[in-house]
Design a binder for this molecule. Structure first.
Ligand code: GRG
Length: 306
């Protein structure tokens, strides 16, 4: 439930529900199609990865950003599905033995446990062109120009690359067993988790053909909620149960990872996440971007229990 001071609770729950329903349905259709096209074990594994149900926070942020700038087309779901597919690839690879070596994800056995490591590795890579296809189809449905599609593709795949998610994950892996400074930790979090969340907000704004000040406000909102999201994730890893999280709890301590909890304690980390979520909303208010749903989502991000 979103917290007091963060907009109407129903605005976040409605958006998350809509995101979950539309993305699960769209990715379910793609899973069926690609399982048939690819065939065999690879096809089954790709469909498994596409069908694993997440909270769809990135999709909800993208829908919220799009609507906040007046977007109305249902075609936006395809853009949201594209970013969720890049996120799904990152989870499949993050769980591999060469990275976090986890058995459970989204309440289900990880892809490499159900299939095997080479298959899960392949499937992770295959999800990237699937995301590109989803984006291209969505851009057509939204009536966007080729130039706009090109800009959105750069946005999505740069956020997923060395300057963003891959770079952040790389730094995170290299830092295992070492204590990072707060500045270094922020760099890891901004890349590993923040970059895709920032991109979700920017893609929603770009699809709505937002003006530069609105795009900038949504970018700043995305940067702050992106960091807040990962801080909340650190807190949940330290305080939640594996059942609540749908993945093994307490892994950060097991892997000797630097986290906000390690640096600031649980209360300090919670307070920092709250501060960032509030600041995120002020960026929208200052630019006159209608903030109710995005404010409620910011509140949800720092008060979620899974
Ligand atoms: C080759 C170095 C290298 C990297 C490959 C694996 C990878 C790319 C990146 C990992 C990025 C990653 C897993 C970041 C963690 C982000 C995070 C907090 C995930 C959990 O997000 P939720 O809670 O998950 O939104 P659901 O399941 O709800 O979608």
């Amino acid at each position: 439930m979103p917290e007091a001071g963060f907009g109407t609770a129903a605005a976040a729950t409605d958006l998350l529900l809509e995101a979950r329903e539309s993305i699960d349905s769209l990715l379910g259709d793609w899973a069926e199609h690609l399982q048939f096209e690819l065939g065999g074990r690879n096809g089954q594994a790709l469909a498994y990865a596409l069908r694993t149900p997440g909270k769809r926070v990135r999709a909800a942020l993208l829908l919220g950003a799009y609507r906040s700038l007046g977007g109305t087309s249902s075609g936006i779901a395809g853009v949201a599905a594209a970013i969720e597919t890049v996120h799904a690839y990152s989870l499949v690879h993050d769980d591999l033995p060469c990275m976090d070596n986890d058995d459970l994800r989204r309440g289900r056995p990880t892809a490499h446990r159900v299939f095997d490591v080479p298959t899960a590795t392949r499937v992770g890579f295959l999800l990237v062109p699937v995301a590109a296809w989803l984006l291209a189809v969505a851009a057509r449905d939204l009536g966007l120009t080729e130039s706009a599609l090109g800009q959105m593709a750069v946005e999505l795949f740069e956020a997923g690359g060395i300057e963003g998610m891959v770079g952040g994950q790389w730094l995170d892996l290299e830092a295992e067993g070492r204590t990072l400074s707060l500045q270094e930790l922020m760099q890891v979090h901004r890349g590993k988790t923040g970059a895709l969340i920032r991109a979700a907000c920017r893609l929603g704004a770009m699809a709505a053909r937002g003006a530069t000040p609105q795009l900038e406000a949504l970018t700043s909102y995305g940067e702050d909620v992106g960091l807040a999201f990962q801080i909340a994730d650190d807190v949940l890893d330290a305080t939640g149960t594996s059942e609540e999280l749908g993945k093994p709890a307490g892994r950060d301590a097991e892997l000797s990872k630097s986290t906000y909890v390690a640096l600031m304690g649980i209360d300090g980390a919670r307070a920092e996440a709250q501060r960032l979520a509030h600041r995120a909303v002020t960026h929208l208010e200052c630019a006159g971007v209608p903030a109710d749903a995005l404010s409620a989502l910011a509140g949800y991000i720092v008060s979620r229990t899974s």
